[in-house]
Design a protein around this ligand. Structure first.
Ligand code: ZN
Length: 85
């Protein structure tokens, strides 16, 4: 996409961090849909010590940005799930 840079965010829900892309910082309380489809309300300053990556967000982000995806990526759709993405 030319001209407009999308900024990746890494919102944390519970102990899992996801990825969302917006065109810039958003005010607290804004509803955002994450790459994996979950909904998140923008909040700042909350960060648990141990977090785990949402592989579905990672997979979708990689696909959208042309970042190489390993064959055994845990977020990749299963071979029999043709409808998943
Ligand atoms: Zn996610």
């Amino acid at each position: 996409m030319a001209g407009r840079m999308m900024t990746p965010w890494y919102p944390i829900i519970g102990s899992r961090w996801h990825i969302a892309t917006t065109s810039g910082p958003l005010p607290t309380g804004t509803a955002v849909t994450l790459l994996c489809g979950l909904k998140w309300t923008v909040e700042y300053g909350h960060r648990p010590l141990r977090t785990f990556q949402c592989w579905k967000c990672d997979y979708i982000y990689r696909r959208a940005n042309g970042i190489p995806i390993l064959g055994d990526h845990p977020g990749a759709p299963k071979k029999d799930e043709h409808h998943a993405f």
